[in-house]
Ligand binder design. Structure first.
Ligand code: MEV
Length: 320
């Protein structure tokens, strides 16, 4: 076979509703964020080594030099074993990402999806979305402990989805565009840490936490209906605020997130909430054309280190 250089990319993501509850089988809504992306480029090389270059995380090594449980090594080995590629042809893979890490924007899943797509092209595997998402989920488990699978799903499918563990992915059919600001506290937050913290807290107070997750599930279902046309943007904003209130009770907000959420609402957003694992990372605010610049400026003054705009359109894609 004549191997050709190729490249693939994958977007970031935000969770609009349902983080943490998703881990316990409740529905959650996520959308891709195409303004930031992970890119994987593969080129054939001489010799018999696979070289991995990921300057953003200071990796320049061969596959054999990486520990077997390193996510990049684990992903390559998993693809090789699953698809019975007896011997990987020598290649160099370069990985680059503009998705902030440890920020709740899905950077780890995006890197894995981009690599998997690139390898699929390079070896002519023609992997489909379920195959890619399943492979990446295995790597997410190594990185995040017990993730629900929402990150690999929304990043693979690249469209707004209603995700529920062990159920088919449901695309969300938007009837109008929505604009979100994504404000970064600048505080790194590891999803594995916040998911682990919630797990322990839930073990101590099972009924209380299950009640929180049920309340979030009810909010998520209402939000889906509004996104699909039955309700107003003001109601959607109110649901974001309610979801944030429950995440505070669950114990995954922090002063910086609360400050940005309150600032967004006070400066005219329809609603706001933390997004992703919490305890730092990003928050989102639902804004209109009229309020976007005021809210953005207020978030910066309140301490956001970065504010991204993302629009979701009725066609399904989110655009930066
Ligand atoms: C992470 O993006 C969302 C969490 O709900 C974890 C998960 O669902 O895997 C916090």
């Amino acid at each position: 076979m004549n191997y050709q250089s190729c490249s693939a990319n994958a977007p970031g993501k935000i969770i609009l509703f349902g983080e943490h509850a998703a881990v316990y089988g409740r529905p959650a809504i996520a959308i891709p964020v195409t303004q930031v992306k992970a890119i994987a480029e593969i080129s054939p090389s001489f010799g018999n080594e696979i070289r991995i270059l990921a300057p953003d995380i200071h990796i320049d090594s061969t596959l054999h030099e990486l520990p077997a449980n390193h996510p990049l090594a684990a992903l390559l080995n998993l693809i090789q074993n699953t698809y019975k590629i007896n011997d990987f042809e020598a290649f160099t893979i370069r990985v680059h990402s503009t998705i902030p890490v440890a920020a709740g924007l899905g950077s780890s899943a995006a890197v894995s999806v981009a690599i998997t797509r690139a390898i699929s092209q390079f070896f002519g595997l023609a992997l489909d979305n379920p195959q890619i998402s399943n492979l990446v989920y295995e790597i997410e488990k190594i990185q995040h402990g017990s993730p629900s699978g929402i990150d690999n799903s929304v990043i693979t499918y690249q469209q707004p989805i209603l995700f529920q563990r062990d159920l088919p992915i449901l695309p969300i059919n938007l009837t109008q565009p929505f604009t979100f600001l994504v404000g970064d506290t600048g505080i790194p937050s590891k999803t594995s840490a916040s998911v682990g913290k919630v797990r322990k807290a839930r073990e101590m107070e099972l009924d209380r936490y299950n009640q929180y997750f049920d309340e979030i599930a009810a909010i998520t279902v209402k939000a889906k209906n509004i996104l699909e046309g039955s309700g107003t943007i003001t109601q959607l904003g109110e649901l974001l605020n309610q979801n944030h209130g429950i995440l505070q009770k669950i114990g995954v907000s922090c002063h910086a997130l609360d400050t940005l959420v309150t600032t967004a609402i006070d400066s005219g957003a329809y609603g706001a909430k933390l997004c992703g694992g919490g305890d730092g990372g990003n928050m989102i605010a639902l804004v209109s054309e009229k309020t976007i610049e005021k809210v953005r400026a207020a978030l910066i003054v309140a301490g956001a280190v970065r504010v991204i705009t993302t629009n979701i359109e009725p066609t399904g894609q989110a655009h930066g």
